[in-house]
Write a protein that binds this ligand. Structure first.
Ligand code: AHM
Ligand code: MG
Length: 336
């Protein structure tokens, strides 16, 4: 018999002592919500879930119907469970405290309900990213506030993402390595298919949106020039490039076979601090990448050590195989 997610979580609780029962319940409920989201993603045009809503989220991005549906699914499945103090999402400007009609717990859940939204209508890969923090000790008994969420990524107690691709996969860490579960639709269960994933230290593959080249700062431009120069250049080998426009898909490829993913801050006004969001994109991915032996930076600094100042703050992201991310970091030190 293969290990299910429930079995894995119980064993982690027994053997490693890392998962209190409330955290186990929380992860199980998030995973259950992701099954419902997977169902909606798969139904697509049949159930009328494709296309835009004509509204914008707090970031000024057009909301897809699925962004809003997935956000609602995560709220509804989680808010009654008794394990959360509050939740927050890319699709909501303010935090969502647990309503008084439900019991409150000690965890905070932050998520991007559908990452890679531009892929929805073209049947490309999308995913859900989530991060779990503990509510600060001094918050007990009072209404939760945004400042309670503003904790460095190193304080995460769990993080994961699902990828709705040819298979629906859940990638999870609770700080004891990275585990992969596949959704068995007949059984309705998450089945472990890989454990203790590790990212190769070297790679010949980079992932960046090349159409932004003219906006890059010197260190990123130099790194990519070196890669493009191939075996005749300073790196002495040929590099390949991949870009899915979906962080979950690009990061998942890197977890599987190594590589470097970059969405750097650049010269554009709206990307001057990066495009991706720290709390629910960069932090959970950084936790997973580090747990797999990789490195995650904003170009210079470790992502998990950034002190957040806002729920929706953005950051540059450079993560993946150790030696490549360190090369980018060295260039930032040399050229800035
Ligand atoms: P989203 O959460 O609104 O979908 O935006 C995040 C996505 C990432 O998944 C992806 O890496 C990036 O935006 C792609 O951006 P671009 O279209 O600029 O290449
Ligand atoms: Mg996203």
């Amino acid at each position: 018999m293969r290990t299910t997610l429930s079995q894995f979580l119980i064993e982690q609780q027994r053997k490693e002592g890392v998962i209190p029962p409330e955290l186990r319940l929380l992860i199980e409920i998030v995973a259950r919500a992701c099954k419902v989201i997977a169902h909606n993603v798969n139904k697509g045009a049949i159930s009328g879930t494709l296309g835009s809503l004509g509204t914008e989220n707090v970031q000024g991005e057009v909301q897809k119907k699925l962004d809003v549906i997935a956000n609602e699914i995560l709220i509804q499945t989680n808010e009654w469970g008794g394990h959360l103090a509050a939740l927050a999402s890319e699709e909501m400007e303010a935090i969502h405290p647990i309503p008084n009609r439900y019991p409150k717990g000690e965890y905070l859940l932050v998520y991007d309900p559908i990452d890679g939204s531009s892929n929805i209508d073209v049947n490309g890969c999308v995913g859900t990213i989530f991060s779990v923090l503990k509510a600060p000790a001094d918050s007990t008994g009072r209404e939760m506030q945004e400042k309670d969420f503003l904790q460095a990524g190193s304080r995460q107690v769990a993080a994961g993402y699902t990828i709705y691709g040819p298979q629906t996969l859940l990638i999870l860490t609770v700080g004891t390595g990275v585990y992969v579960f596949a959704l068995d639709r007949e059984l309705g269960s998450w089945i472990m298919v890989e454990e203790k994933l590790t990212i190769p230290e070297d790679t010949n593959e980079f992932s960046i949106n090349m159409s932004n080249q003219r906006h890059w700062h010197a260190p990123v431009a130099k790194y990519i020039d070196e890669c493009l120069a191939g075996r005749e250049g300073p790196r002495g080998r040929d590099f390949n490039m991949r870009w899915c426009a979906s962080m979950v898909a690009d990061v998942h490829r890197i977890l599987t076979r190594g590589g470097i993913f970059m969405y750097p801050a650049d010269r554009r006004e709206k990307v001057k601090s990066g495009k991706l969001r720290l709390m629910y994109e960069a932090n959970p991915m950084a936790f997973i990448i580090e747990q797999a032996g990789g490195v995650a930076t904003d170009g210079t600094n470790r992502i998990l050590e950034i002190a957040p100042v806002g729920l929706h703050q953005r950051t540059g992201v450079v993560l993946g195989s150790r030696n490549e991310v360190e090369r980018v970091r060295d260039l930032h030190r040399e050229l800035v």
